[in-house]
Design a protein around this ligand. Structure first.
Ligand code: ARG
Length: 468
């Protein structure tokens, strides 16, 4: 029997049906249904025989799903109805008892929370591997000088290890964000019913334990309307994708002939159909391009949720395609980033040549003046004058003569002002490496500080692998 006097319009069905995308919830839906059925039996709501039939039937459905043999029928509106329909075909009446004390509203919220949990763990795993790859790369390129940039202008030299490790910390924060997603899925929605609770004194804690939830949602209205954990996942995923995009963009730039800092392995590059000489860093380019897609998923779900009245609204069905696409995109990009980075080759001499430009040592010259008692702001201006004089004559800073220095920056004169070598400290500062090793503050680029950083990073990675 049905409440309706006519069947659904195919156009409505096309809009309303979610089975084409929500079938991937099947493994979670099956697990959930087994836990729910066990609870029903323990609470005396169904018999032991019913439970046995339901468990046997659900295992059979699981085998069909895993073997790609599950047949979806046109009337199957979503994964929940499809599984229940098939279960009832297999075991008969007990199958029809499974939905006692449950609504699709708490059911779908539970499935999605389970999926978010599983994929947050997966993302954490991939991030830990990516972080490990970065540490190894940094250790292999520990003392390779390169220019550090601001505004994509050479600013101050740094070690390649230090530059690479910047990404380690970005990805570590991403990992923490996925940890937060795990917290956000701690409370079991199931048992909230359609919105108000169910007519049985169900044992929700039992179901929570069976399914690995930490507790139960305290408010049934909140439980069926809550999609915060999807927003949290999308937000973590969007930030993570943005970090991969920045990494990808840098590799694209560095692979250019103009920079020549690195070359990606052939297996992560493509050629041109027209120009035989070309090797394109496509993988890095696509890492760069995927980020806005993930951020778009987040923005879309905010759009769907904003202004929604409590409790369940069909709008909520729109959470899934956003979530699934973000999951697939981020997991693929992370897997690619790990392999692509592991196979990248850096060019030591190109990096060093770019870092050998003396102008980036200007800050160190200013600091020399500061040590002589000149206020930093004044020193900054004086050194800017030196830089301009050098540029105008097409010289390096160290090629400025003592006479020029005496005129433009008399304070640079050594304290023990013997006539000869009166500007010795100035010329000393401009010797390579001394600029790098002068960055002794915690978190700076000098080798001892990078080694400290790597030790902390190694420790964090060990902690992560201990916990899994
Ligand atoms: N396919 C639906 C969704 O994804 C399941 C819940 C349907 N609930 C309902 N009251 N129609 O949201």
């Amino acid at each position: 029997m049905s409440r309706f006097s006519e069947s659904q319009d195919p156009l409505f069905q096309a809009l309303n049906s979610s089975i084409s995308f929500d079938f991937r919830l099947a493994p979670y839906d099956l697990e959930q249904s087994i836990a729910h059925a066990r609870m029903l039996a323990r609470s005396g709501i169904i018999t032991g025989d019913d439970l046995e039939a339901i468990e046997r039937g659900l295992e059979e459905v699981r085998a069909e799903v895993e073997g790609d043999r599950f047949e979806i029928l046109p009337a199957d509106e979503d994964v929940h109805m499809a599984i229940e329909r098939r279960l009832t075909e297999i075991v008969g009446e007990p199958g029809a008892r499974l939905h006692t004390a449950r609504s699709r509203n708490d059911q779908v919220a539970t499935d999605v929370a389970m999926l978010v949990r599983a994929h947050s763990l997966q993302a954490k795993d991939l991030l830990a591997r990516l972080m490990g790859t970065i540490v190894e790369l940094a250790e292999r390129h520990l003392d390779w000088p390169m220019p550090g940039y601001t505004h994509l202008q050479r600013a101050q030299p740094v070690y390649l290890s230090h530059h690479l490790m910047a990404y380690f910390w970005k990805f570590r924060r991403d990992l923490q964000r996925f940890n937060f997603c795990l917290n956000a899925t701690e409370d079991l929605p199931l048992g909230a019913g359609a919105l108000a609770g169910v007519n049985y004194d169900t044992s929700r804690m039992f179901v929570a334990q069976e399914l690995g939830f930490g507790g139960i949602s305290e408010n049934s209205i909140d439980a069926v309307s809550n999609r915060d954990f999807v927003l949290d996942y999308l937000s973590a995923a969007a930030t993570c994708a943005t970090h991969m995009s920045q990494l990808g963009a840098e590799i694209v730039t560095w692979s250019s002939e103009e920079f020549g800092f690195c070359e990606v392995a052939d297996r992560f590059a493509s050629g041109s159909s027209l120009m035989p000489q070309k090797k394109n860093p496509d993988a890095a380019e696509l890492l760069r391009a995927k980020a806005p897609r993930v951020a778009g998923r987040l923005a879309t779900l905010h759009g769907v949720l904003h202004g929604l009245p409590l409790t369940y609204n069909k709008d909520l069905q729109e959470d899934k395609e956003q979530l699934f696409d973000a999951v697939d995109t981020v997991e693929l990009c992370l897997s690619v980033a790990i392999e692509m980075l592991a196979g990248i080759a850096f060019n030591r001499s190109r990096l060093a040549a770019a870092a050998a430009d003396e102008l980036p040592a200007a800050t160190d010259v200013a600091d020399l003046l500061v040590r002589r008692g000149v206020p930093f702001r004044t020193a900054h201006g004086t050194v800017a004058g030196l830089v301009r004089a050098a540029l105008e004559q097409g010289k390096q800073l160290s090629e400025l003569t003592e006479a020029e220095l005496a005129e433009l920056a008399p304070k640079l004169r050594d304290d023990s002002a013997a006539a000869e070598g009166a500007f010795q400290a100035f010329y000393e500062v401009l010797k390579k490496d001394s600029w790098l090793e002068s960055k002794v503050s915690s978190g700076g680029t000098s080798l001892p500080r990078v080694r400290d950083q790597l030790a902390v990073a190694r420790h964090l990675l060990e902690d992560l692998s201990d916990r899994t």
